[in-house]
Design a protein around this ligand. Structure first.
Ligand SMILES: Cc1ncc(COP(=O)(O)O)c(C=O)c1O
Length: 362
């Protein structure tokens, strides 16, 4: 097959997701396993979304709305942008791929950060683009370094704010300075998958650039605080010229019907949203305090996960925690072999993680 497949595909590394609970239960013969590896919502899915899923199951024979009209109307009202500024994807991952499919030709450069979400590199390589990497600075995106890496071959820049896996953000001030210097022929993709968790006064406002017609695509998802990761719904916000091109390349029925209605219901569930944020805040404080007492190096987070760094390769810690029934994410695949990322769970899950970590860390 090697001679038949496109060269850029055969060279691609496989995406390494968080381990599944069922897999670990079986592998280590355990009764109860908790997963704090994929930054899912530990409170589950919004009850309003679950009711909508049940209600809509009987319409599974109907094709979904390929333009996602009802969901776009709700998002448009919530975000104060036009429906023409929105595209709904099969997860925000799909919109990253669409960006690469629409805008990259072989050899075009894409500026990325190291130690960040791997999908940006993946979609670039799928389309034969050339990733140009810039190191993090103090565990945070180096926006000046990224500007310096832009050449006349650059088509796209991917930014992740808060960054997965460090949980750090770049400020409004730095982002504004960055946007004032990005050349007009480059499109910036601002991935805000964890933006809902930040609540920081200095968190940047990307929407003002979309409203001003700049080349910025903001990505958001229903997979995290809205608790709908399994249904695969994310969205992009950009000026209509960009959105129209993305629509030309997308598959007609990319987002299933149950998902579209569940997202609509989740969006209206303010109570669940608030509880999810509050649970995250409580969990963060508890974990900071316990990790601090253990003398471990960790970063304060603007997201729903915490980055922890050890003096040894974290694969051993990952495996030993798994034997204790706790799945976390080792960060070798993010280029950080001594670090792990743990999702903030419910309080019992956080306590269980800390108890297991105490046993495992020497
Ligand atoms: C930074 C970042 N962006 C996007 C995603 C993917 O979101 P979705 O489930 O909407 O494809 C993730 C998932 O973990 C993520 O960490």
């Amino acid at each position: 097959m090697k001679d038949l497949a496109r060269e850029s595909i055969s060279g691609l590394p496989e995406y390494i997701p968080g381990k599944q609970v069922e897999e670990v239960v079986k592998q280590y013969n355990l009764k109860e396993v908790i997963k704090l590896a994929s930054n899912e919502n530990p409170l589950g899915a919004s009850p309003l979304a679950i009711a909508s899923i049940n209600e809509n199951a009987k319409f599974s024979y109907v094709y979904p709305d390929q333009r996602h009209t009802i969901l776009k109307e709700a998002l448009s009202a919530k975000l104060a942008v036009g429906k023409e500024n929105l595209i709904i994807g099969n997860g925000s991952d799909e919109i990253m791929l669409l960006m690469a499919q629409v805008f990259l030709s072989a050899g075009d450069e894409v500026v990325l950060s190291r130690n960040t979400f791997s999908m940006y590199e993946f979609v670039t390589k799928i389309m034969d683009g050339t990733p140009v990497f810039v190191d993090l600075k103090d565990y945070t995106y180096d926006l000046d370094g990224i500007l310096n890496a832009v050449t006349d071959r650059t088509k796209l820049i991917f930014l992740c704010n808060p960054n997965n896996p460090t949980g750090t953000i770049f400020s409004k001030e730095r982002f504004d300075a960055f946007m004032s210097k990005v050349p007009d022929n480059v499109i910036v993709v601002l991935d805000e998958a964890y933006g809902d968790y930040s609540g920081s006064d200095i968190y940047p406002d990307g929407l003002k650039y979309v409203r001003a017609g700049k080349n910025l695509v903001i990505l958001k998802t229903f997979s995290k605080v809205y608790g709908l990761a399994a249904l695969r719904i994310g969205y992009g916000i950009a000026k209509p010229e960009i959105i129209n091109y993305l629509h030309m390349a997308k598959m007609p029925f990319n987002v299933n019907r149950i998902g579209q209605f569940a997202a609509l219901a989740a969006l209206s569930d303010d109570k669940f949203f608030k509880e999810s944020i509050e649970n995250n805040e409580r969990g963060k404080e508890y974990l900071y305090s316990e990790l601090g007492k253990m003398g471990l190096k960790f970063l304060k987070t603007q997201a729903n996960f915490i980055y922890i760094e050890f003096n040894e390769n974290s694969d051993r810690i990952f495996i030993d925690l798994m034997k204790e029934g706790v799945i976390i994410r080792p960060l070798k695949s993010f280029g950080l072999p001594n670090s792990i990322r743990v999702t903030v769970g419910t309080m019992p899950q956080n306590e269980r993680f800390i108890a297991a970590l105490k046993k495992v860390v020497k």
